[in-house]
Structure formats: structure tokens, C-alpha cells
Design a binder for this molecule. Structure first.
Ligand SMILES: [Zn+2]
Length: 487
């Protein structure tokens, strides 16, 4: 009798088992999920509710191997050859199919080529959006990040794009929404001229400026492990004769050289020690230049250090989702609470860009961080791969930076997390993400682990693991501040 009841229970339980597909999924307002035709294989993930030993799961005929609680991740061929494009999942128990799920999908349409109109005469546009960025071409890399007010000389337009001269025969494109037309060439009738320079020391800042005729398109990169900066003023002529150093600025800046290049004026700024904190360029109707920041507090501990934590996503932006349905926005918010406690216990001052489940724009996170004038900025995330990449090749913890000055922080934090948690090393990434693009303070983004992986999702929802992860970050910061350069 007992045996019969047990069997009956097992059969009922099996019939109650149900497949939940977490990804791919339709976003609000989306009627069909689409893949690029160029993809050969991709991943599906989800969970079988009520999963028990002896159950077998397949997707399009391929066997999928769920973990003990039914969470599954599979990397499968996209059935482009078949008549109906769909993921067909099937759960069987003792030879009988107990649950099925069909997820139809489609292919992305071919991209429409950009239809350009060449202007008979160049037209001036003025950058109006603080989040503005240019690209090398439509679909190309981010290239320049012009300040609001910067004048661009546009030579071609399309419905969504403007093409403008950078200098020396080079051109870039920018989205129309970032700039407004101010009419046919006016100030451009006169070549932009860059004149003499002044270098001065201030409280926690070295100020370097040159005279200029108007706002200009500039770029500054940090080279040679932070001991050198390259400031480029595009489409400009060099009229510099001298640079004046006052208030002890020579102690910090060993040399500035200027040269005329085909695309504009280039300044090479050599420092006496590694740039410890950050820099910010500026442009106005009469000056162009750069401010270099340092922190006077050179103590090695966390006491008094101001740390901005930026839990990614939030509100309507879930971020990535694990097979069990855990959302990145919730995981990283909880991690930020634990990390805040850990850092505060060591005397740090902690500011979080969000303490609730709310949406914040990427640029607003940077604005908030900048207002706090932090010693370091850490953006907290959980990882997922784009469609088409094999999740069984990539997993573990990765740390991302963009500015050279942030690289030491990224390397130290990554090493400390691996040491404390034993996570697989997914690597250090030099990536052009908005939240790590700021130059005025060291900024890194931590992808703690892959939420899409069943075992890593389980870790990211475990209190003990999140505490270890936080202690790893705290160890990294202690190590970082103990190695901070002199200025
Ligand atoms: Zn994220």
C-alpha cells in the first residue's frame, strides 16, 4: 500500500512538473524574438519546476542536462533550415511526455543602408547633449565625446546621422539628436588658432590652459601607465610660443610639448609621477585645456575614503536573468547593501547611486558619481553573454575599465575577488562602457559572475558568497590605496 501511494505520488508530481523558459523572452511591446541570420548557435535557459531525478529534458531533440533543482542552460544550433523557427522543449518521465513548451522566433531583417545627402556648403552644428558621442562610421566604434557647446562642421546628413570634419581629411559621424544646426559656416571662416599656455597649482588640482578662438573638438588620452597625457585639439592651427608655469606647477608637470599635426594641435603632457586620480578637459570660447586631479589624503586604509557604488540596472531595466528567474537588478542591489556595510565597517564613506528598485540612466549615474567627488567608483553587475556566444566557454568574474588611469584599480580588485571567492578568472577587459568612461576619478565595473549559469546564479543568491565577494572587493581597495602614487 505504501509502495502504491509512493508510486502514485511520483506520477502526480511528474505530471505537475512544468518547463519555464527564461531566455529567450519577449520584451514589453515585442511581438517576435529575432536572431541575426549570421548566428549559428545560441543559448536557451530556464528551469523545470518540480524537477526530479529520472526526468529527461530535450530542446529541438538535443538532450539538456538540468541541475538538481531543474535549472538548465544549453547551447544549441539555431534550426535555420527547418520550416518553422522555434525552440521546442520537451520533458519526459518514464517514457511519457509530461510537459512541453514551444517558443517561436524569427530572423532580423537586413539592415537598411544609410541614405546620405552631401551639403553644398558645410553647416555648423553645436553639440547640446552631455551624453553626446561620435563614431568612426555608422555602426563603428565610439570615437570622441565632445562637450556641450562644441561646434561641428557638418558636410553630409541623413535621417538620423550627421557626418562632420574632424581635421586633416578625417571625418566622424554623430547622431542627429546630440546636436542642433546653428547655420552655414561663420566662425569657421577663420581657422581655429591655439595660443600660449599657463600651468598653475591649486588645491588637489593642476590647471593647464591654452588660449583659443572658440570651443573646439578635443580628445585627451592617458598614456604610459598614467605618466603622460595626450591632448589633441582637432582642426586647429598651433600658435603657441610659450607655456608659463606658476605656483609650483613645475613640481608636478615635467614637460609639455606642442606640435602641429595634419588633423590639429597635439600637446604631450609629461608628469613627474603617475596620475593618481583623474583629469577632465575643458573648452570654451576663449580657452582649451585640462585639469589634473589628485587627492591630498594619501593614507593607505579605507578610513575617510569616499566610495561610490553603482548597482547596475533597476526599475524597468532587469539586466540579465538567471535560469531560476533571479534578476540582475535585484542581485546587485542586495550585493551593494552588503558591500556598503563591509566598506563602512572599515571606515569608508559609501554613496550608492540607487538604494531602491528604480530606473537610472547611465549618464545620470556618472553625473551622480561626479557630484560626490569619489576616491573610486565601482559599478556592480552580474554577467550574461550576447546571443550566439557559448556560455560554456566564458564564466566567472571579470573586471572592466576604460581609462588607463583606472587599470591598476581593475587589476587589483579582480585579483582580490578571485583570491577570496575562488571564482574562475574571466579576465580584465578594456571596454568603452559609459560608466567606466569618466576620466575624473578611477572607475571600474565588476561583473561578479554569470547569472545565466545555473551554478553561478546559485552563488550570487547566497549570502555567504556575497559576503566573500564584498570582502574580496574591500581587500582589493585596501591594496589599491596602499599602492597609491604620490600625486
Ligand atoms: Zn549588468
Amino acid at each position: 500500500m505504501i509502495r502504491f501511494l509512493t508510486c502514485l505520488f511520483v506520477v502526480i508530481a511528474a505530471s505537475a512538473a512544468e518547463i519555464h523558459l527564461v531566455y529567450p523572452r519577449l520584451e514589453a511591446g515585442q511581438d517576435t524574438f529575432r536572431y541575426h541570420r549570421s548566428l549559428d548557435s545560441t543559448f536557451v535557459l530556464g528551469q523545470v519546476a518540480g524537477f526530479q531525478p529520472g526526468m529527461a529534458l530535450t530542446c529541438n531533440g538535443y538532450s539538456v542536462d538540468p541541475s538538481q533543482d531543474g535549472a538548465f542552460l544549453a547551447f544549441l544550433q539555431i534550426p535555420w533550415q527547418s520550416e518553422t523557427l522555434a525552440w521546442n522543449l520537451s520533458l519526459t518521465y518514464r517514457g511519457a511526455e509530461t510537459s512541453t513548451l514551444c517558443f517561436p522566433f524569427g530572423a532580423n531583417p537586413e539592415p537598411v543602408p544609410v541614405n546620405w545627402t552631401t551639403l553644398s556648403q558645410p553647416v555648423e552644428f553645436r553639440v547640446k547633449d552631455p551624453a553626446a558621442h561620435t563614431r568612426t562610421m555608422v555602426g563603428g566604434s565610439y570615437n570622441l565625446f565632445p562637450d556641450s557647446g562644441t561646434v561641428l562642421l557638418v558636410t553630409r546628413t541623413s535621417a538620423n546621422w550627421l557626418e562632420f570634419k574632424v581635421g586633416g581629411g578625417l571625418s566622424d559621424v554623430i547622431e542627429r539628436r546630440f546636436a542642433d544646426s546653428v547655420g552655414v559656416m561663420s566662425s569657421f571662416t577663420q581657422q581655429l588658432r591655439i595660443g600660449n599656455g599657463l600651468v598653475s597649482m591649486h588645491d588637489e588640482m593642476i590647471h593647464i590652459e591654452f588660449s583659443a578662438d572658440r570651443t573646439s573638438l578635443i580628445e585627451c588620452s592617458n598614456e604610459q601607465d598614467g605618466e603622460e597625457l595626450l591632448l589633441t585639439v582637432y582642426d586647429a592651427k598651433c600658435a603657441v610660443d610659450r607655456i608659463r608655469y606658476i605656483e609650483g606647477a613645475r613640481d608636478a608637470v615635467s614637460d609639455i610639448t606642442w606640435s602641429q599635426r595634419p588633423w590639429g594641435v597635439e600637446f604631450k603632457i609629461s608628469l613627474n609621477s603617475q596620475l593618481s586620480h583623474g583629469f577632465k578637459w575643458f573648452t570654451s570660447d576663449s580657452t582649451v585645456g585640462i585639469d589634473l586631479y589628485y587627492k591630498a589624503d594619501k593614507s593607505s586604509g579605507l578610513r575617510g575614503k569616499r566610495i561610490v557604488l553603482d548597482p547596475g540596472h533597476g526599475g524597468s531595466a532587469d539586466g540579465s536573468i538567471g535560469p531560476r528567474g533571479n534578476k540582475e537588478k535585484d542581485i546587485v542591489l542586495h550585493w551593494s547593501e552588503i558591500l556598503e556595510r563591509e566598506l563602512k565597517s572599515k571606515g569608508a564613506e559609501v554613496i550608492r547611486t540607487r538604494t531602491d528598485d528604480v530606473s537610472i540612466g547611465l549618464y545620470d549615474r556618472v553625473v551622480e558619481a561626479r557630484a560626490a567627488n569619489p576616491d573610486v567608483f565601482l559599478s556592480l553587475h552580474g554577467n550574461a553573454l550576447p546571443d550566439g556566444e557559448n556560455p560554456f566557454v566564458r564564466h566567472g568574474c571579470g573586471t572592466y575599465y576604460y581609462q588607463t588611469l583606472s587599470r591598476p584599480l581593475a587589476e587589483i580588485i579582480q585579483a582580490a575577488i578571485l583570491q577570496k571567492t575562488g571564482l574562475h578568472d574571466d579576465g580584465i577587459f578594456d571596454a568603452n562602457f559609459a560608466v567606466v568612461r569618466p576620466t575624473d576619478f578611477p572607475a571600474v565595473l565588476i561583473e561578479a559572475a554569470y547569472i545565466m549559469h545555473p551554478d553561478e546564479e546559485a552563488k550570487l543568491t547566497d549570502e555567504k558568497f556575497l559576503l566573500d565577494l564584498s570582502r574580496g572587493v574591500a581587500n582589493g581597495l585596501l591594496d589599491y590605496f596602499s599602492k597609491a602614487p604620490a600625486r
